[in-house]
Design a protein around this ligand. Structure first.
Ligand code: ADP
Length: 215
């Protein structure tokens, strides 16, 4: 399990002096209880700490991960991805903007022959290009896109949790879902088969939460 720095410090404190209340942990870290609340919730949900009402937090020596957490880790990108929204790299910046509106997406995948991944173009890329004197009808999107090999990708069999981590780590909204293949020159290429976005993660979170509330 990967802890953030603050979570690791909380775990150390609870290990050394349990039971300990949220207020006491906060005081040791010179933080407010409100600041600590999300970390304490996450550590308790993940089964690292146990919270006993009116007693405090304990460190769980023998961690039994909840079946819920195990299931969460098993969810795969392939089951929650959306269809790819792709454009060719020779289309104009103007047409890319129009496509973004008509398709109602925030990023477009740029592909070549056989849906081969070439790059990504996002809202901010397009906005930036409108600030200068660029002729939006003439300049191709390839000039402003983020291009391979700098694209962060995912695959259908990657755990959703891992893909979501990539989205937050790289501060991006969309990962192209790809299948690798070797082209006629013997080089590795990636066929775009979908997109996995922050919206997919949010929808999944809402669905799991709503079903949990009904049962
Ligand atoms: P926004 O334009 O709304 O900020 P993003 O945060 O997704 O959208 O994009 C930020 C930057 O990262 C843009 O320059 C974009 O081209 C680039 N980008 C978008 N998706 C990816 C990706 N999967 N891999 C690498 N770079 C990306």
């Amino acid at each position: 399990m990967e802890f953030t720095e603050r979570q690791a410090r909380i775990v150390e404190i609870v290990k050394n002096s349990s039971p300990i209340t949220g207020e006491q942990i906060a005081a040791k870290l010179d933080l407010t209880r409100a600041t600590l609340r999300p970390d304490l919730t996450i550590l308790t949900m993940a089964g690292v700490l146990e919270a006993r009402p009116r007693v405090g937090y304990f460190y769980k020596e023998k961690k039994k991960t909840s079946p819920y957490m195990d299931r969460l880790r098993q969810l795969r990108v392939g089951d929650f991805k959306s269809l790819p929204i792709s454009i060719r790299e020779n289309i104009s910046i103007y047409d890319a903007i129009v496509t973004m509106f008509t398709q109602n997406v925030g990023s477009l995948t740029v592909v070549g022959e056989g849906q081969t991944l070439r790059g990504m173009v996002s809202r901010k890329d397009l906005l930036k290009s409108t600030l200068g004197k660029t002729d939006l009808q003439q300049v191709p999107v390839s000039i402003i896109m983020t291009r391979m090999p700098n694209i962060i990708m995912t695959t259908a069999d990657e755990p959703v949790l891992e893909a979501a981590r990539k989205l937050t780590l790289h501060q991006i909204d969309t990962l192209p879902v790809v299948e690798a293949f070797i082209d006629e020159k013997g080089e590795e290429r990636y066929e775009v088969i979908g997109r996995f976005t922050k919206t997919n993660v949010t929808k999944l979170f809402v669905q799991i939460g709503s079903l949990g509330a009904q049962s």
